[in-house]
Design a protein around this ligand. Structure first.
Ligand code: NAD
Length: 507
């Protein structure tokens, strides 16, 4: 590996040691400083362990000792001045980061100063630093050794040359950098907020954590929101939520939830304390009784994404011959019992934009009305959520009906939108708001979300796949029934839906 010159890394904690390892493995000499000697020693031990594991898997181009020899602990900040670039990963306090950069800037007038802050404005960190144009955000994701994404964040003072140098440095580490605006949460942490926030709202309204996690994993997310918060640490996640909320002048949709606050107060911080939303070691979730598949002659109403996905799994019959009605339209005011259908048949009605309870009066001729929600594309075993109107319960035929289509039924309390659609719709809405505010362009946004969070698809591509008018109809319904500002469709989504290929007919 060629020598690339020196890089200073300030702070040898979780992020600093990972960044140091990545830089050393890429051929840089790493000048590492931390005021706590044990932190340096612990970092060197962790780096050695991590490099050894990489070597065992054949992922290291040279001996462990050769890489490790390039990490040089330094006793003081002053000893870092020879490096042309410093990355700071000290605790998340504005004055501390300003002080570190001021000290470095005074020792080296040309040093590029990169901050790994997750929540502080880059402009605020740069303000008191001599030569603030050389300060830039370089936001790595945890663990830096494995996560390929780096957000490069110019503040108001940052020069183009600094951005170019930060991009080149990130690429030289083998990372994929994206340039994003210096706005609260930057890009990934902001667009991801509803993944946690909406899950918490649903749990607060009585949906079990396991149900939320199971549905989201079923949609292809690598982890559900509650197990992910337990992994990240509820304190860390709450701090990120609080920061975006405060910096957005308390915009309601970012508001922290009492379910996380009370656990943090109790010291239930997740895996690291042995308890968070779940206890650890985590007992196996109770296995659900497999529903008995029940083939049905169903009449399918609607032409949107859910109707199309179901049509491929269900041989639809004319209404006169139907034993069950599947109403896959989204907008509540378009729904109703097909006049040609014999009265008294069960109705399965899509609840993207309303609850099963509010849909019930649309079908006076029906037998039981059961709400269902699912998110295309469907695979065998994809979750289908079922909810009965208030004071009713889901009859056993309903899970059997959907099991016969190869889907995996989950019964939950009646919620507008269910779990999967609601969280996804909120993620997409947030993605449009970030796009509208110019935090990143569309391609960057989707790529960054895939790389930074491992979501199965970028939210904007997912939205287009579903069809914006259907998504918009769902959001409008949520806004109408739930009445909170957080569900208000983003104006850019409204405009894009209006000019799209579909005029919104048949939603
Ligand atoms: P950490 O607490 O694990 O490590 C911080 C280290 O900085 C400690 O070793 C501490 O001894 C050291 N330190 C304290 N004062 C210092 C000083 N004056 N000079 C040099 N070092 C000093 O924290 P972390 O999780 O690595 O976070 C560091 C930064 O990275 C924060 O800004 C955080 O917001 C950001 N970040 C964290 C994550 C994450 O998931 N942990 C992800 C992205 C960004």
């Amino acid at each position: 590996m060629s020598e690339r010159g020196a890089v200073a890394v300030v702070g040898a904690g979780t992020m600093g040691r990972g960044i140091a390892q990545v830089a050393a493995a890429a051929g840089y000499r790493v000048l590492l400083y931390d005021p706590v000697p044990e932190a340096i020693q612990a970092a060197l031990d962790r780096i050695r362990g991590s490099l050894s594991r990489a070597a065992e898997r054949g992922r290291l181009a040279e001996p462990v000792a050769a890489v490790l020899a390039r990490v040089e602990p330094r006793p003081g900040l002053e000893e870092l001045a020879e490096a042309p670039l410093a990355v700071e990963a000290v605790p998340e306090r504005l004055e501390l980061k300003q002080e570190v950069f001021r000290t470095l800037a005074e020792r080296n007038r040309g040093m590029l100063l990169a901050t790994n802050t997750s929540t502080l404005p880059v402009t605020a960190i740069a303000r008191p630093v001599p030569g603030p144009e050389r300060v830039v955000g370089l936001h790595f994701f945890n663990p830096p050794t494995r996560m390929p994404l780096v957000e490069v964040v110019p503040g108001l003072f940052t020069s183009e040359a600094t951005v170019d140098a930060a991009l080149a440095f990130a690429r030289s580490l083998g990372k994929e950098p994206v340039v994003v605006r210096d706005t609260p949460g930057f890009l990934v942490n902001r667009v991801a907020r509803p993944f946690y926030g909406e899950a918490l709202v649903l749990a607060g309204d009585g949906v079990p954590f396991e149900t939320v996690d199971r549905v989201l994993r079923g949609l292809g997310f690598p982890m559900g929101p509650f197990e992910l918060m337990d992994l990240i640490g509820l304190d860390v996640n709450l701090a990120a939520t609080r920061s975006v909320w405060e910096q957005s002048f308390f915009a309601d949709r970012y508001r922290p939830h009492r379910l996380q606050v009370e656990r943090v107060t109790a010291g239930w911080l997740g895996q690291k304390t042995g308890r968070g939303f779940y206890p650890y070691p985590r007992p196996a979730p109770p296995s659900q009784a497999a529903p008995v598949p029940l083939a049905r002659r169903a009449h399918l109403v609607g032409e949107g994404p859910v109707a199309r996905a179901l049509a491929a799994r269900l041989a639809p019959v004319p209404a006169e011959e139907a034993e069950a009605i599947v109403d896959a339209r989204v907008a509540l005011d378009r729904k109703g019992y097909p006049p040609e259908a014999p009265p008294g048949r069960p109705v399965y009605t899509l609840i993207w934009g309303h609850s099963a309870s509010t849909a019930r009066p649309r079908y006076p001729q029906a037998g039981e009305v059961v709400g269902f929600s699912l998110v295309p594309p469907l695979e065998d075993g994809s979750p289908v959520e079922l909810a009965a109107p208030e004071e009713r319960s889901v009859p056993p035929e309903a899970p059997g009906f959907f099991a016969a289509l190869g889907l995996s039924p989950v019964v939950l309390p009646d919620q507008p939108g269910g779990v999967g659609f609601r969280i996804l719709a909120m993620l997409i809405n947030e993605a449009y708001s970030a796009l509208r505010e110019g935090v990143a362009d569309a391609a960057t946004l989707d790529r960054a979300m895939e790389l930074g969070t491992r979501y199965p698809r970028g939210p904007l591509a997912w939205a287009e796949g579903l069809g914006l008018p259907y998504l918009l109809a769902g959001l409008k319904g949520l806004f109408s029934e739930l009445g909170e500002d957080r569900y208000r469709p983003d104006p850019l989504l409204v405009r894009r839906a209006a000019v799209g290929a579909f005029g919104g007919e048949g939603v």
